[in-house]
Design a protein around this ligand. Structure first.
Ligand SMILES: [Zn+2]
Length: 297
């Protein structure tokens, strides 16, 4: 557990046990044991039971009609149980046990350890689906390291492919008693959030903060301070949260990514307008921290 980081989906609740990933004997025993647990992933959704919402973890005997064992992804040890993710392709699997729901919703209702576990599972299942072939020689690639890598099957290549994580910065820019929030056109009416964007090759995180804020709002940023981070497997981002001090104040929407951007006071943010970012997001935590609503970070 990481008490310094309370973002949804964060927290080292799974002992990833990396040394076990290539231990075939241990893995075979673990899969077959009564202690093993399986996170079924169906259409990027997760099986949850009734109130209070809880993730349904399957046992080995419930997997008879599911995928072969080489398609299992070893996530690690969760609550003392070897735990695997398994992609399910059946039409209506396990309906008697609960309902399949989206991760964005589940992040708002699950206990922190279960939210962390299924975010981990989602990221890896999606990554496997996107890496069917080797990007160097074009041959097929098969899962390796108990589903934590993929290996090119072409023996003269044999490339080992590692799961991808895409760093993205997200920043609350302040200027005195105002902070800078923007909105995208597709968002619900009145909703504003902190400035965000992907880190580009050759950039430091601070460089990315300053570039994104300038590109999207024309605001120049001076001091940049790290806040916290959040796994964001939609499909593979890691959100890196910052606060920053503006050195200019004239907003222009330089790159057209935003529909609007404004300075808001704390009183504004406590009123009906704007609508604040969703509670699940690190953006909301940055805003709440600025409002003094929680310890920061
Ligand atoms: Zn290859």
């Amino acid at each position: 557990m990481s008490p310094e980081n309370q973002n949804v989906f964060a927290g080292a609740f799974v002992d990833r046990s990396g040394e076990r990933r290539k231990d075939a004997d241990w893995l075979a025993d673990a899969v077959a044991s009564d202690d093993s647990r399986f996170v079924p992933v169906w259409k990027d959704k997760f099986l949850v039971g009734d109130e209070p919402a809880g993730t349904v973890l399957l046992e080995h005997h419930q997997l008879e009609h599911a995928a072969a064992e080489h398609e299992l992804i070893f996530l690690g040890i969760f609550r003392d149980n070897p735990t695997f993710a398994i992609k399910i392709d059946d039409d209506t699997p396990f309906r008697e046990l609960g309902e399949f729901r989206e991760l964005r919703y589940l992040g708002t209702v699950l206990p922190p350890d279960e939210a962390n576990l299924i975010a981990h599972a989602r990221a890896l299942v999606l990554w496997h689906a996107s890496q069917v072939f080797c990007g160097i020689c074009g041959s097929a690639a098969r899962p390796g390291a108990a589903g934590n890598t993929r290996i090119c099957i072409n023996e003269s290549c044999g490339r080992e492919i590692f799961p991808r994580v895409d760093p993205a910065i997200i920043v609350l820019v302040e200027n005195g008693d105002r902070c800078l929030l923007g909105r995208q056109q597709a968002w619900p009416e009145g909703r504003y959030s902190t400035i965000a964007g992907f880190v580009e090759p050759g950039e430091s995180l601070e460089d990315a903060v300053r570039r994104e804020v300038y590109e999207e709002t024309n605001i120049r940023v001076g001091n940049v301070t790290y806040h916290s981070s959040q796994p964001w497997p939609f499909p593979s981002s890691l959100m890196l949260g910052f606060t920053a001090e503006a050195t200019t104040t004239d907003i222009e929407l330089n790159d057209g990514e935003l529909d609007d951007a404004r300075w808001f006071t704390r009183d504004d943010l406590r009123s009906e307008f704007p609508k604040l970012p969703f509670r699940i997001s690190i953006a909301r935590r940055l805003v709440d921290g600025w409002l003094g609503l929680q310890d920061s970070p």
